[in-house]
Design a protein around this ligand. Structure first.
Ligand code: EPZ
Length: 430
């Protein structure tokens, strides 16, 4: 019954360091098995989704060594099977990157269909389309993706929609294909670029990542490398929203401010002051936030993974805001939880209409998925009184040391494992 309990109303102040990007790490760690030489990855976030992927990689026989802190060594030379059907892989979305990695290296992959956040239907047709275009025979059988090929052959692939996962998966497989692959309408997210940079450090030849056309000249083999993962755009954005919602003053460090532009500009629109440094962003909250409109879009648009956290800020901003979710079909499950805290939000299809309230009040709420859970924590920190967040395993899939980091900013928050912990916390904060 792990829960977070917090007493809100304290403006967050100080500095916080952001970990490596979870969604880049998933692609990068899968890519690391594509050589028979050792690969060392730095800045690997210590979060549950990554632990699950590393467990799955080690269960197929690769060497996985967690070295001090956030450094991981992977050696794929000892891989003994291309079937990944363990419990770990079923719990995460990013497990599908092992299809691209294993298919590229061994021309065969059998991987359990992905789990991950329940935010609507999440088909993988574009991944399959890409693998088939490269010459693989792909089928879904008994809950698994089964892909088999002779040598993959480079080709021209037009993605029907912008998909982060499909772009990364095709890049992985095509890195070891014969000849050139062109991905059109590719995703441009920072983590797509990071995976491409890491594969290039391993000897791949990928050009254009970060634009909507990616060109991959296949190479016969990849080799060892050392690589450090970029900072997590969404973790950084989450602290920025927490600063705004609590009317605090927080410097978020170890970030790439360019990746945060859409988030910074929405916070400016609501009235916060944003000060950018080379690798830090300071958010100075304001007492009278104003409503604004937000539409989620592929990068460089406003990220869908920041939509719930932004909605908490807007729930406290004066006036009526309109939020449009254009990536996932069911990403408003958290709204009922916010309403329990006094927010005034109506959802119509993919649009949320938010009438700002001056204050929310603490309640017992659910983390309905990873980012929704982060939004509940932000709401609880801003609200009056105690908030208890249940189902925090969702949050711990993607945030490293969240409670410790927020405590470092002055938040009254604790991770409780029993009723006794809850009572102890209440006695302590009064
Ligand atoms: C990645 O999911 C992230 N997950 C998500 O983060 C993130 O929300 C999403 O990209 C968008 O940025 C990981 O990296 C593990 P998509 P992914 O393929 O790759 C449709 C988080 O909170 N689509 O870019 O699954 C799809 O249904 C998580 O960290 C197809 O129709 O997202 C969606 O509407 C949640 N067919 C849109 O495209 C496909 O084959 C974008 O999905 C693939 C996708």
């Amino acid at each position: 019954m792990e829960q977070y309990i917090m007493k809100g109303g304290v403006p967050l102040c100080g500095e916080v360091n952001v970990a490596g990007a979870k969604n880049a790490a998933l692609g990068i760690l899968a890519g690391a098995i594509m050589t028979n030489e050792p690969v060392i990855i730095d800045n690997v976030p210590r979060v549950q989704d990554i632990e699950f992927l590393l467990d799955a990689i080690s269960e197929i026989g690769a060497v996985v060594e967690r070295r001090d802190g956030n450094r991981v060594l992977i050696n794929g030379s000892t891989i003994r099977k291309t079937m990944v059907d363990n419990d770990s892989i079923r719990k995460i979305r990013g497990g599908y990157y092992l299809v691209g990695a294993l298919l590229g290296k061994y021309h065969h992959a059998e991987v359990d269909l992905p789990g991950g956040c329940n935010i609507g239907s999440r088909p993988i047709d574009q991944h399959i389309k890409g693998f088939r275009a490269l010459g693989a025979d792909v089928k879904i059988k008994n809950g698994m993706i089964i892909a088999h090929s002779g040598r993959l052959i480079g080709t021209h692939i037009y993605m029907d929609m912008v998909s982060v996962g499909a772009t990364i998966n095709i890049m992985l497989a095509a890195s070891l294909a014969e000849g050139k692959t062109i991905i059109e309408n590719a995703a441009k997210e920072p983590h797509v670029v990071d995976v491409a940079n890491m594969l290039n450090t391993m000897g791949a030849n990928i050009k254009g990542a970060g634009t909507d056309v990616i060109r991959i000249q296949g190479v016969p083999a990849l080799h060892k490398c050392e690589y450090s993962i970029i900072p997590d755009q969404i973790e950084a954005g989450t602290f920025m929203m927490a600063a705004a919602a609590t009317r605090g003053d927080v410097t978020v460090k170890n970030v790439i401010p360019k990746h945060l532009e859409s988030i910074s500009s929405k916070l400016r629109e609501v009235g916060c002051e944003i000060v950018e440094d080379d690798d830090a962003v300071r958010v100075i909250g304001c007492n009278h936030m104003r409503a604004t409109h937000v539409k989620t879009l592929p990068y460089p648009g406003f990220p869908t993974d920041m939509q719930p956290q932004m909605s908490v800020v807007l729930a406290l901003a004066e006036g009526t805001s309109v939020v449009t979710e254009s990536i996932f079909e069911n990403r408003y499950k958290y709204v009922d939880e916010l309403i329990r805290m006094g927010a005034n939000i109506k959802v119509e299809g993919n649009v949320a209409i938010i009438d700002g309230v001056p204050l929310m009040t603490g309640a017992r709420v659910l983390a309905t998925d990873l980012r929704a859970g982060a939004a509940m924590v932000i709401a609880g920190l801003a609200a009056e009184g105690y908030t208890i967040v249940d189902e925090i395993s969702h949050i711990e899939r993607g945030y490293e040391c969240l409670v410790e980091k927020l405590s470092g900013l002055g938040a009254n928050i604790c991770r409780a494992e029993s009723e006794r912990d809850l009572q102890k916390f209440k006695m302590k904060v009064g």
